[in-house]
Design a protein around this ligand. Structure first.
Ligand code: HAM
Length: 425
């Protein structure tokens, strides 16, 4: 019996897969644009381990969140310590920041990561048990312009990838004090309608009432129309911060919609929260999201520094690009395919291939001793640009016929000129 990949995970391959969003060259392309965008905004890369002590997520993300209470891949290691596969990137980056006293390297740290995350979610289209995020964490700046700048980074990334029709939803969930008052008002309001709430929201009413706000259940949504709004419970400082963020977004011409129901699913947020949705993703329409999470560093035993960041799913980016039929690069293929005929040619061509590769040219060679016809067929399947067939005659004359596969045109060229010729094209 063959063994398949577990449910909810997938392979990223150069070919042989039905869904085009799993082609590795598209991932490389998107990751390239991500890295360049991060560079333009002066964010530097961090790589943290795939697993962390479970406690980091219990304390950092919050025990009442779905991610922590229902979705973590947690196991005991052989030393009987509880470990968890990273379900999100913010808490690990904060852990690394504290552990290495990064504040000593400068009062502001701008960090990013491209990394797999693991969540035991009900697997369905657009929702995976291993997904990949590009995330940024801006540490050390409380200014509202920081919020806008990071949202601008994400928006610029999407624009560079030519994504269309994205909507930025934004809200302020205030400080812990604002939320405490709002929570009481919300619980009071829902007490009269407990029986009408969905079973999930009945549970949330006990554990995390704010999460009722972004319930997708139609009965919950109907009740929410008249529910109290967090906007009415913001302190004047939180309100001022929010208005200043919106003013900066206006300045940067980033369209947004104030969405008072937006609360997000992780406990560490305060003040600004935002999400970007894509029209082509169906039920799992959130392509990216984040917010301010001042206080998390302190909760984890670090300095009390302000923090703002986001995470965006790379699967969902590529799926949106394909859904919107955005032009993407073709899969890469070798510039030159060499078909050697006979032992002497094999040895000489192995050397030539090495020389061309050292000059940065992508070369593939038939090492299996195929007949010319079969090797040509393979070269054509591989989509290579040029082919040369090299036998004794070519070795003696030092000249070979260079065939351009797209046009079928052939031209003689000396071996020692191949490098310059192919590079010049
Ligand atoms: P999050 O909203 O849980 O935030 O995830 C960020 C993005 O990851 C989502 O918008 C979505 O595109 C993608 N994503 C999440 N779960 C899945 C899944 N199961 N399958 C496919 N894609 C998924 C965070 O994780 C925060 N750490 C973001 C952040 C960084 N906030 C501040 N800094």
């Amino acid at each position: 019996m063959t063994i398949s990949a577990p449910p909810g995970v997938f392979d990223i391959l150069p070919s042989g897969i039905k869904e085009p969003w799993k082609f590795s060259h598209l991932w490389q392309y998107v990751e390239g644009v991500i890295r360049d965008t991060a560079r333009c905004y002066s964010f530097k890369e961090v790589r943290t381990p795939l697993f962390e002590r479970t406690e980091l997520f219990l304390r950092g993300v919050g025990e009442g969140t779905d991610v922590v209470s229902k979705e973590m891949y947690t196991f005991l290691d052989r030393g009987n310590r509880s470990m968890t596969l990273r379900p999100e990137g913010t808490a690990p980056v904060m852990r690394a920041f504290i552990e290495h006293s990064l504040q000593q390297q400068g009062s502001e740290q701008r960090l990013f990561y491209i990394a797999p995350m693991f969540r035991y979610e009900r697997s369905q289209s657009g929702r995976y048990r291993q997904h990949h995020q590009f995330g940024v964490e801006a540490i050390g700046c409380a200014a509202p312009e920081q919020d806008a700048e990071v949202i601008d980074l994400l928006y610029t990334l999407y624009r560079r990838l030519q994504l269309k029709g994205l909507a930025v939803s934004i809200n302020s969930i205030g400080t812990a004090q604002c939320r405490a008052k709002f929570r009481t008002a919300l619980v009071d309001f829902f007490q009269a309608f407990v029986a009408q709430l969905s079973p999930d929201s009945q549970q949330r009413l006990q554990s995390n009432p704010l999460r009722i706000l972004d319930s997708k259940d139609p009965a919950d949504r109907a009740l929410l129309v008249n529910a109290p709004s967090i906007q009415d419970y913001l302190s004047s400082e939180a309100k001022e911060h929010f208005l200043a963020v919106l003013a900066s977004l206006d300045l940067l011409k980033i369209p947004y919609k104030i969405t008072p129901q937006l609360v997000r699913g992780l406990d560490y947020y305060n003040k600004t929260v935002f999400e970007v949705v894509s029209g082509v993703l169906g039920a799992q329409d959130s392509i990216g999201g984040g917010g301010r999470y001042d206080g998390l560093l302190k909760t984890l035993g670090g300095p009390d520094l302000p923090t703002f960041g986001f995470g965006t799913g790379i699967e969902r980016i590529i799926q949106t690009m394909i859904g919107q039929q955005i032009a993407m690069p073709a899969p890469p293929s070798a510039s030159l395919y060499i078909i050697p005929m006979g032992e002497a040619a094999r040895a000489q061509m192995l050397l030539l291939a090495q020389r061309l590769r050292q000059a940065g040219i992508s070369v593939q060679m038939d090492l299996a001793g195929r007949k010319v016809g079969k090797a040509m067929q393979l070269a054509s399947q591989l989509g290579v640009r040029y082919v040369i067939v090299v036998g004794e005659r070519e070795l003696e004359s030092g000249v070979v016929e260079l065939k351009e596969m797209a046009t079928g045109s052939v031209q003689p060229i000396a071996f020692h000129l191949l490098e310059t010729f192919i590079q010049e094209i």
